[in-house]
Design a protein around this ligand. Structure first.
Ligand code: FEO
Length: 398
C-alpha cells in the first residue's frame, strides 16, 4: 500500500523507482535513478496502463493487488512494448487470466515476439480514435508512432483531461516520495535529466514528436502522465514548450558549450583559455567538458540546450581523437541539426582534425561551421593568443 499515489479521481500511480540500475538501456548512466510509472484505473471496470520494469516487480505487483483489493482486473492496456514497461505482462496475465489485454496491431506483433504465450491472451485491438470506457473514464487512443518505438499509443481520458503519454514527457530520475512535478523544484532537480532523456532516447524523432504535439493541441489536457518521472498537473504548457523547442531542434538557450579532447592537458588548457575569452565577449554561460571524462549522453543533452558548440580536438592516428569521433557519430545518429559549430585542432606534427571534423559535421542538416578555426601546435603559448582572440571573436559574433 506504501507505493500507491492518487493522481486524480479514480487514477492511481502504482509504479516504482530504481536507484540501483547503473545504466538505462545498458547505455546511459543514471546516477539519479529512474522511475517506471504505471497507472491503475479504479472504475466500474478496472484497468491498468502498462506494467513496469522487472526490477520493481515486487512493489508493482503488490500495488496492483492492493488497488484491486479482491476485484478482478478487466483491462491491461499496453501503450509501449519496450521491456522497461512490458516485462511483467505475462506475470500480470498469469495472475489475472481473465484480463483483456488492449493494444494496437503492432503492439500484439511485438508482444508475441517477447512473449509467444501472448497469442493466447484475451485481446482487444485498438487504433487511433478508438475509445475504451471503464465507466466514468473514457480513454481515446492517439497513435504516436516512433516516439520512440513504432507501436506507441497515447491515451486521453475525457473525464480527467489526463493524457497518458508513454515515454514522451518522461525523464531520468527516481521519484523521491512525490509523483507530481510541482512537488519538486523541477528545473533544479529534473530539467537536465529530462533534456538528456529526450535528446538521447527520443531526439532522433523530432518530426514524429511534432506530429503528436499537433494532435495534442486539440485536446483539453489537464495532466501529463508519462511512463518515467513526475506527473504534470500544473504549468503543463511550460513543459510542452520545452518539447516544442527540443523537437524542432531550436536551441533552448543562447549558451555555448566547449567540448575538448586532450591526451596530456594541452588542449584542455587551450579550452579553458578560450572559455575565459568567450565569457568576456558574450557575457553568457559557457560550459566546458572533457570528452573523455563525461558520458556522451550528457554532451548530447548539452547539444540540445546550447546554440553554439565548440569542438577542440587533437589528431590521433591521422584521424579524430576517438572519444570525439564517438561524440560526432552520436550527433549524426541522433539527427542533430540547426546548430553553429566552431572547430579547433591540436597536432604535434600533422594537425588534421578541423578538416576531418568538418567532413563529419557536413552530414548534419542546417548547421553552420565557422570558417574561422584555430590550430595549436602541441601547446598553446603566448604567441598563439592573437589567434585565440580572433577565434573567440568569431564564435562570439556568430
Ligand atoms: Fe521507457 Fe521506450 O521505454
Amino acid at each position: 500500500m506504501n507505493g500507491i499515489k492518487t493522481v486524480s479521481d479514480g487514477i492511481y500511480w502504482i509504479g516504482g523507482s530504481d536507484k540501483r540500475l547503473e545504466r538505462f538501456e545498458n547505455i546511459f548512466p543514471i546516477p539519479e535513478g529512474v522511475s517506471y510509472n504505471s497507472y491503475f484505473i479504479d472504475d466500474e471496470k478496472t484497468a491498468v496502463f502498462d506494467t513496469a520494469d522487472i526490477s520493481v516487480s515486487d512493489q508493482y505487483l503488490e500495488n496492483l493487488k492492493d488497488c484491486l483489493d479482491g476485484k478482478k482486473l478487466d483491462y491491461l492496456v499496453v501503450l509501449h512494448m519496450e521491456p522497461d514497461h512490458c516485462s511483467l505482462i505475462s506475470t500480470v496475465v498469469a495472475l489475472f487470466p481473465e484480463v483483456t489485454v488492449v493494444g494496437g496491431a503492432k503492439t500484439f506483433t511485438i508482444m508475441e515476439q517477447f512473449f509467444p504465450e501472448a497469442a493466447g491472451f484475451n485481446r482487444l485491438e485498438v487504433k487511433e480514435g478508438d475509445t475504451l470506457s471503464t465507466g466514468k473514464h473514457n480513454f481515446r487512443f492517439v497513435a504516436a508512432p516512433m516516439v520512440h518505438w513504432p507501436e506507441v499509443l497515447m491515451a486521453f481520458d475525457d473525464a480527467t483531461g489526463s493524457l497518458l503519454t508513454a515515454d514522451a514527457f518522461g525523464t531520468f530520475g527516481a521519484l523521491d516520495g512525490g509523483i507530481f512535478a510541482d512537488e519538486y523544484d523541477f528545473e533544479k532537480d529534473f530539467l537536465d535529466s529530462a533534456r538528456r532523456y529526450y535528446a538521447n532516447i527520443v531526439g532522433k524523432y523530432g518530426m514524429q514528436v511534432q506530429a503528436v504535439l499537433k494532435k495534442a493541441a486539440g485536446l483539453e489536457i489537464k495532466a501529463l502522465l508519462p511512463l518515467h518521472g513526475p506527473v504534470w498537473r500544473k504549468d503543463i504548457s511550460w513543459f510542452i514548450d520545452k518539447y516544442q523547442k527540443w523537437s524542432t531542434y531550436e536551441p533552448e538557450t543562447e549558451d555555448t558549450v566547449v567540448v575538448y579532447g586532450s591526451l596530456y592537458g594541452h588542449t584542455a588548457s587551450a579550452a579553458q583559455a578560450l572559455a575565459s575569452l568567450l565569457r568576456e565577449k558574450t557575457n553568457s554561460n559557457i560550459k566546458v567538458y572533457d570528452v573523455s571524462g563525461v558520458d556522451v549522453s550528457y554532451l548530447i543533452g548539452e547539444v540540445w540546450r546550447c546554440k553554439k558548440i565548440v569542438l577542440m580536438c587533437p589528431t590521433y592516428n591521422n584521424g579524430i581523437y576517438p572519444p570525439m569521433e564517438n561524440f560526432l557519430s552520436d550527433m549524426a545518429a541522433l539527427g542533430v541539426n540547426s546548430r553553429t559549430f566552431a572547430l579547433a585542432q591540436n597536432g604535434t606534427w600533422a594537425p588534421a582534425t578541423v578538416k576531418l571534423m568538418t567532413e563529419k559535421l557536413q552530414s548534419l542538416k542546417n548547421v553552420t561551421i565557422l570558417e574561422q578555426s584555430l590550430t595549436i601546435k602541441s601547446a598553446l603559448h603566448k604567441s598563439d593568443f592573437e589567434s585565440l582572440e580572433v577565434f573567440a571573436k568569431a564564435i562570439a559574433e556568430a
